[in-house]
Write a protein that binds this ligand. Structure first.
Ligand code: NAP
Ligand code: 8YV
Length: 317
């Protein structure tokens, strides 16, 4: 990097560590939200990079005529209009791999909590019911003997599968392309996977092809002992169908870290004792979020030093 420091826009909240790192290399401009009206023309004309957590739409991209690179916080980059970026030759980067282990660990925890009702058992203890009423109930569900179907066997899906090998369960998966480097059975459709398995773990991106693909038919295929775990995006699940399936016993339980309209969780799901609900925390440890923050900054530094981002998304690579 030589001469004047490149100007980087940070529209809306992002982990403070990103800003600290960027301040060491760039002239950083902070605005409250990623809305085109939040920045004046003169400043907008000087912005060469963006660091963002969440949404960056086509109008905001159009507002920045000198923009070269968008560094997005998170591996999922569905909030960024990559089509608009690609059309202008703007590179988009995300934060893959550094969160695989954390998200996979959380997924296994959520699966066990959902099956063995551990959060509810703890509430039983804290409410004094163990002392007054005796032991918490034996759980109808167990991980023992389960057939886990993983919907999406990418970086995180594979980390989940590797962990589950240690639990002695059967593992299968559905992706559009069969992997040649894994011992698990591949199913050519999500429905076929759900028919074979009794436990479905969803870890696919939010794309036009994954919208509400976990619907009444797929849930019915899992059967009455069926369990759904979703750590990908809420977009992938038809939440009305899921609520009905949990309420009427079509499936036994669900564990969800993600929802269609975050942070709003459908009231119907909140009421259900067989839904184990987390507020999108799968990657949310200090260490992992720091690693993600560093990768956001490193992508921008690499772009302005070498003309290449470290982890650009396939659409703009
Ligand atoms: P990845 O490596 O790109 O893996 C995505 C997997 O999904 C691939 O196996 C891909 O295989 C499959 N897939 C994509 N579209 C599909 C379709 N239409 N039908 C069937 N399979 C499909 O991504 P990753 O790093 O594992 O992350 C996955 C997603 O998890 C992210 O995009 C993000 O939305 C979510 N996530 C959530 C959290 C959280 O906090 N809850 C944290 C991290 C990530 P094919 O291309 O062969 O189909
Ligand atoms: C983060 C995620 O919670 O990486 C992703 O795709 O969903 C999570 O790791 C989010 O991106 C940042 O808030």
């Amino acid at each position: 990097m030589s001469g004047e420091r490149p100007r980087i826009l940070v529209p809306g909240p992002i982990r403070e560590r990103v800003i600290e790192r960027l301040n060491g290399h760039f002239d950083v401009v902070l605005i409250d939200t990623a809305d085109a009206g939040k920045i004046d023309d003169a400043t907008a004309a000087t912005i060469r990079g963006v660091a963002v957590s969440g949404r960056l739409d086509a109008a905001m991209i159009a507002r920045l005529p000198a923009l070269e690179v968008i560094a997005s916080f998170g591996v999922g980059y569905d909030g960024i209009d990559v089509t608009a970026a690609a059309a202008r030759g703007i590179v988009v980067s995300n934060t893959p791999d550094v969160l695989n282990d954390e998200v996979a660990d959380t997924t296994v925890g959520l699966l066990l909590n959902t099956l063995r009702e551990l959060p509810r058992a703890e509430t039983w203890l804290r409410d004094g019911r163990w002392a007054k009423e005796g032991p918490y109930r034996l759980t109808p569900l167990t991980l023992r003997g389960r057939h886990v179907g993983i919907y999406g066997l990418g970086r995180i899906g594979l980390a989940i599968a590797r962990r589950l090998e240690g639990f002695g369960v059967t593992i299968s998966y559905h992706t559009r392309s069969r992997r040649t480097d894994v011992p698990y059975e591949h199913y050519g459709s999500l429905l076929a996977l759900a028919q074979a398995a009794d436990t479905l773990i969803a870890i696919v991106p939010k794309t036009a092809d994954t919208h509400k693909t976990i619907n009444a038919e797929v849930l019915a295929a899992l059967g009455p002992t069926g369990v759904l775990i979703n750590v990908g995006r809420g977009w992938t699940v038809d939440e009305e169908d899921l609520e009905a399936a949990l309420r009427n016993g079509t499936i036994a339980a669900a564990g969800l870290d993600v929802f269609q309209d975050e942070p709003h969780v459908p009231g119907g799901l909140l009421d259900l004792p067989n839904a184990c609900l987390l507020p999108h925390v799968a990657s949310a440890s200090v260490a992992t979020r720091d690693a993600m923050a560093d990768l956001v900054a490193d992508n921008l530094v690499a772009w302005f030093d070498t003309g290449r981002a470290l982890t650009s998304v396939p659409e703009t690579a």
